[in-house]
Design a binder for this molecule. Sequence first.
Ligand code: GTQ
Length: 345
Amino acid sequence: MQELGRLEDLPQDYRDALTAQNLVPLWPSLRAVLPPGEPIPRTQPTCWSYQDLRSLLLKAGELTPIEKAERRVLVLANPGHGLEKMQASSTIYLGMQLLLPGEWAPSHRHTPNAVRMIVEGEGAYTTVDGEKCRMSRGDLILTPTGLWHEHGHEGDAPVIWLDVLDLPLVYYMEASYVTEGKAQAVTSEGTERAYQRGGVVPTPMFSRSEQRYPMLRYPWVDVRAALQALDVSQPDVEAVQVAYVNPETGAACQNILGYSALMLRPSEVLNLPARSTAMVFHQIEGSATVSLASTEFTLVDADTCCIPGYVPVRLRNNSADQPAFLFIADDAPLQKKLGVYEVRV
Ligand code: GTQ
């Protein structure tokens, strides 16, 4: 590839004249913004140990009362982006949130979409536009863009969950803001039961739901059972994986980030092709090793890692007799809408 002229090759008075007019020559930066063959990611493969994170998060529970935090969260920041940017990847934000018994995280709504993957504890709930969503280990709860949400805790031990938001993207778009609200009245609970069986949806009086987000809570017991049923019914399937979708449309459950759950059978090794999306892996149960050419991470219970796009990934279940379950997040829905999604085979 042709080597291009550098900034230093230009006379200083010419460079100053450009700067004075808010102008920049393209050619010294052309190879940086359009690198040959594939992108140069900022996102570095990064792993966060739950046990290390957990003790620091519980310490935050002692140091900072909920009133002084609103959301008591430690952000899983990718050093490749700079920690202060609070990004796991270019589009994905990850935070581990702690709520102590009796605490309340007040109602608000914001433009970024969020989901919660529950990690530990019983008795907490998120109310989303009036729907009380109870939290148990492995449950996925959506708080999509613009929906009111608040967190409460009626149990007697700390509750911890992983927040996944498209905050970096929405912030970059200069579209990120929050509105504070009053405590919500609970108007419904458990409406996800209406979508518990695949292939049928509620049609009261022959009409389908027109809600943009008809299902807000995906209980882990159901997702786990779906994975096991898939494994039993299709023993040769290449990957025992299910996507979290809008049950009315079949589309990804949110507009920007995509979520799935994967079961690795005992000792299974799964080779994922290089795809254009960065990915987050979170261990729900068991232990898996995530390997790239450059590095590998062994995940145990509730550990989380992030890897850049455009690299092949190998997943391995470290147990010979137990399945391993992973929660996966990426920005495939966004990339597909934009037309930049690729799988490299
Ligand atoms: O629980 O509403 O990790 O608004 C970051 C921003 C959690 C939340 C985060 C938020 C929340």
